[in-house]
Design a binder for this molecule. Structure first.
Ligand code: BG6
Length: 488
C-alpha cells in the first residue's frame, strides 16, 4: 500500500471539524500504517495557540474519538501550530518558512495538502495567497481540499470556483462531500455493477421507484447562524442527496477511473428534469420542525432555538420527487427526503421493484409485498433484500422474508470513517470520491430553482412535529403516485 509522504496544512485547526474528524482520521491513518513517519501537520487559526496547546487538543480529540490504548506522544509530536491571519501577508511567509523546515525534518518530498476547514468566505483569498507566496509550486504535489459549503447558489459557486481555479488546477482541487467517503455509499456502485441479479433489472422496466432518506434526530444545535441561511436544501440536497441519486442512476462506467466515474455521474445530473417553479408543490415539499419529543425528551421548535430564528422561513426538512429524463429512468420517480429532528438518525436507500403481472399467493391486494432492495448507509451498514416465500404451514400463501447482510453484525469489522478514507484518497491523488466542478454546478442549478421559489413565499411553519417523519405533504407526495415511504 502507498504510504504518502506529506505536510498537511489545516486552516481552521481550532475548529470543530478538525477536532471531531480530521485529527482522529490522521491518527487512524498513522496507526494503520497508511502514513509513515514522514508526515507533519501544521495547524493554523487565529487564536494564539502554541504547538503544545495544539498537541494537547489533538490528543484529547483522539481520546474522545478512538480511545487509543497507546501513548500518543510520538504521534502528536508531528503537529505544529501557527497563529494565522488569512488576510495578512506575513502569515503566509511565516507558513512558508515553517513548511520548509518541516519538509527537511520529516523528508516529505515537498508534497503538500492544504485543507480549508474554516469559514467559506476565505476560501478564495487563501487559495490565491498560497499561489502568490509560492507555497504551491514545488517539486512535490500540492492539493487543495475544500470543505462545504461550496457557494450558496450557482452564481456564488461559480465565483468561488473561478477564484480557486486562478490558483489551482481542477485536478488539484478536492471538493469534499463526506457522504462519498461513507463505506456504503461507495458500495452502491459495487452492489450494482458486480451483481447480475441487480444490474439487469436496474431500469424503468423493473424498478417502480427509488427512495433515498437521510434523517437526523439532531436539531440545528449551535449552528443556527449558518443553518438559517442555508436550510436543508442547500445543506443536504445540493450535495449529499444528489450525489447518492447520481450513484444510483449512473450508467456503468467503462473503467473504474476518476474521470469515467465522474462523467457518468455528471450525465445523470444533466438528465435531471428541471423543476418548473409553477409546479413546485407537485415535486417538492418543505418543512420546519415544531416542538415534539426525541428519545422521550421534549425539544423546542426551530423558531425557538435561537432569538435570531423567531421569524425564520428556513426549511429544516425537504422531500422531493426527481425525474431523470434518459432511456434507463424515464418514468421512474426518485424520491428523496431529509430533515432535522426526525424520528431516527438513519440514511437508507430503498429500491422498489415492480410487482409481477399477476400474483396468486395473496388473499388480498393489500398483502402484496413488492421486492425491495434496501441499502443501509448508516447507522447500519449493509443490504437487505425483501422477497416473498411460502408461509409455513398455511397452504400456498406468501409472506415477506428478508435476506440481510449487515456489517455491524459482523464482529471485528470496524469500518473506517469517511474522513479517514477521503484524506487518504487525497494524499494518494485519487479524486474519484470528491465532487468535480461540473457536478457542483449542475446540482446548484437544479436546487436554485427550488430555493428561489421558496424564498419568495412564506411557508406555514412549523409544519411537522419533532420526532415524526416530517410533514404529511411528504407522504402525499408518494401517495399521489400510488407509493409510500418504506420503513424497514
Ligand atoms: C452535513 C450537514 O453536511 O451533513 C449537517 O451540514 C448534517 O447539517 C450532516 O448534520 C449529516 O452527516 P452525517 O454523516 O451525520 O449523516
Amino acid at each position: 500500500e502507498l504510504q504518502p509522504k506529506v505536510v498537511i496544512v489545516i486552516f481552521g485547526a481550532t475548529g470543530d471539524l478538525a477536532k471531531r474528524k480530521l485529527f482522529p482520521s490522521i491518527y487512524r491513518l498513522y496507526q494503520s500504517g497508511k502514513i509513515s513517519e514522514n508526515f507533519a501537520v501544521v495547524g493554523l487559526a487565529r487564536r494564539p495557540w502554541t504547538d503544545e496547546i495544539l498537541r494537547e487538543n489533538v490528543a484529547n480529540s483522539i481520546k474522545e474519538a478512538v480511545s487509543p490504548n497507546e501513548d500518543l506522544e510520538e504521534f502528536i509530536s508531528h503537529f505544529y501550530y501557527q497563529s494565522f491571519d488569512v488576510t495578512d501577508d506575513s502569515s503566509y511567509s511565516g507558513l512558508h518558512a515553517l513548511i520548509n523546515e518541516l519538509e527537511g525534518a520529516y523528508q516529505t518530498e515537498e508534497n503538500r495538502v492544504f485543507y480549508l476547514a474554516m469559514a467559506p468566505e476565505f476560501f478564495g483569498t487563501i487559495a490565491n495567497k498560497l499561489q502568490e507566496y509560492g507555497l504551491k509550486d514545488f517539486a512535490g504535489w500540492s492539493r487543495l481540499v475544500i470543505e462545504k459549503p461550496f457557494g450558496t447558489d450557482l452564481k456564488s459557486a461559480r465565483k468561488l470556483n473561478k477564484q480557486l481555479r486562478a490558483a489551482f488546477d481542477e485536478e488539484q482541487i478536492y471538493r469534499i462531500d463526506h457522504y462519498l467517503g461513507k463505506e456504503m455509499v461507495q458500495n452502491i456502485e459495487v452492489i450494482r455493477f458486480a451483481n447480475g441479479i441487480f444490474e439487469h433489472l436496474w431500469n424503468n422496466r423493473f424498478i417502480s421507484n427509488v427512495q433515498v432518506t437521510s434523517s437526523e434526530t439532531l436539531g440545528v444545535e449551535e449552528r443556527a447562524r449558518y443553518y438559517d441561511t442555508s436550510g436543508a436544501t442547500r445543506d443536504m440536497v445540493q450535495n449529499h442527496m444528489l450525489q447518492m441519486v447520481a450513484l444510483l442512476a449512473m450508467e456503468p462506467p467503462i473503467k473504474l477511473t476518476t474521470d469515467e466515474i465522474r462523467s457518468e455521474k455528471i450525465k445523470v445530473l444533466r438528465a435531471l428534469r428541471p423543476i418548473d417553479p409553477k409546479e413546485i408543490d407537485n415535486f417538492f415539499v418543505r418543512g420546519q420542525y415544531g416542538v415534539g419529543k426525541i428519545d422521550g425528551e421534549t425539544v423546542p421548535a426551530y423558531l425557538d432555538e435561537d432569538d435570531e430564528l423567531e421569524n425564520s422561513n428556513t426549511e429544516t426538512f425537504v422531500a422531493g420527487k426527481l425525474l431523470i429524463d434518459n432511456y434507463r429512468w424515464a418514468g421512474v420517480p426518485f424520491y428523496i427526503r431529509t430533515g432535522k429532528r426526525l424520528a431516527e438518525k438513519s440514511t437508507k436507500i430503498v429500491i422498489e421493484f415492480k410487482d409481477i403481472p399477476m400474483n396468486l399467493y395473496y388473499k388480498k391486494d393489500k398483502d402484496r409485498h413488492p421486492n425491495l432492495l434496501i441499502i443501509n448507509i448508516q447507522p447500519n451498514e449493509g443490504i437487505t433484500l425483501c422477497l416473498n416465500a411460502k408461509k409455513s404451514g398455511s397452504g400456498s400463501l406468501a409472506e415477506p422474508i428478508q435476506l440481510a447482510y449487515n456489517h455491524n453484525e459482523v464482529p471485528g469489522i470496524n469500518t473506517p470513517e469517511a474522513y479517514e478514507k477521503l484524506l487518504y484518497d487525497c494524499m494518494i491523488g485519487d479524486a474519484t470520491n470528491f465532487t468535480h466542478w461540473d457536478e457542483v454546478a449542475l446540482s446548484w442549478k437544479f436546487v436554485d430553482t427550488i430555493i428561489n421559489e421558496w424564498s419568495n413565499n412564506t411557508a406555514d411553519f412549523p409544519n411537522y412535529r419533532s420526532g415524526s417523519m416530517g410533514p404529511d405533504a411528504a407522504d402525499e407526495l408518494l401517495a399521489k403516485d400510488g407509493f409510500h415511504w418504506w420503513s424497514i
